[in-house]
Design a protein around this ligand. Structure first.
Ligand code: ZN
Length: 231
């Protein structure tokens, strides 16, 4: 009976160790850090995208002005127009379009300059994210190794436990399982110097005497905690 109890406690310790591997806390910390980097990355990438859209719009505007200049220029020198007033107006329009183009080009350049540090920030955050992914992989591998070692020990403990439990009378095994489930993992305890090692309370002299006189094959329970008592 007590051997089953010992192996059950060994299983409990192994399961607890498996659940509380220090690498799990480390992995959680790495995940938290990754989430923080993701948030920053989302913000920086959003700013970068917005600047990229502004740059594209400005470049499209430059191209449109460019087309208009070419068109007016072609008409100006085509000989289709001869009225000097109209020719002057066209030349003036070209001048205005060129000023507009120069202004748009300046704006596009300044957006490009604005993008540089943002793009650098995105690259830096992406590198951090990659490093965290690699770190997580290493920790996950360490967890898997530790789990494999514990699982091998668990398999041995469970096998031994079930062989020992199979030798117990069925109703005793059932009683033990119920008590163990209800009483913090300990269903059977030894009686040592008049005390139950399950609840650490001293049994009364009358109770001790009764246990001593009981036939050896009867199951005894602690009067305080109810656990199976093994003399
Ligand atoms: Zn007890």
């Amino acid at each position: 009976m007590l051997a089953v109890q010992e192996h059950d406690l060994a299983v409990d310790r192994l399961v607890h160790r498996r659940e509380t591997l220090p690498e799990r806390a480390e992995l959680a910390a790495v995940d938290d850090e990754a989430a923080a980097v993701d948030a920053k990355l989302g913000d920086a990438a959003g700013r970068g995208d917005e600047l990229e859209r502004r740059q594209t719009r400005l470049e499209e505007e430059v191209a449109a002005v460019e087309r208009r200049i070419t068109e007016v220029d072609r008409r100006l020198y085509s000989g289709e127009v001869s009225a000097s007033r109209e020719l002057q107006a066209m030349a003036a329009e070209i001048e205005a379009l060129k000023r507009r183009r120069s202004d748009l080009e300046d704006q596009a350049l300044s957006v490009m300059e604005e993008r540089e540090p943002v793009d650098a920030e995105v690259s830096e955050l992406e590198a951090q994210r990659l490093a965290l992914d690699e770190r997580a992989e290493v920790v996950q591998a360490a967890i898997a190794r530790a789990e494999a070692v514990i699982d091998a020990e668990l398999a041995v403990e469970r096998e031994t436990r079930s062989e020992l439990a199979a030798a117990l009378p069925t109703d005793l095994a059932t009683q033990y399982d119920r008590l163990r489930a209800r009483l913090g993992g300990i269903g059977a305890a030894r009686l040592v110097s008049g005390s139950c090692t399950g609840c650490h309370l001293t049994l009364s002299a009358i109770e001790l005497d009764r246990i001593r006189r009981a036939p050896p094959d009867t199951v005894q329970h602690c009067e305080q905690c109810g656990r199976i008592l093994v003399p």
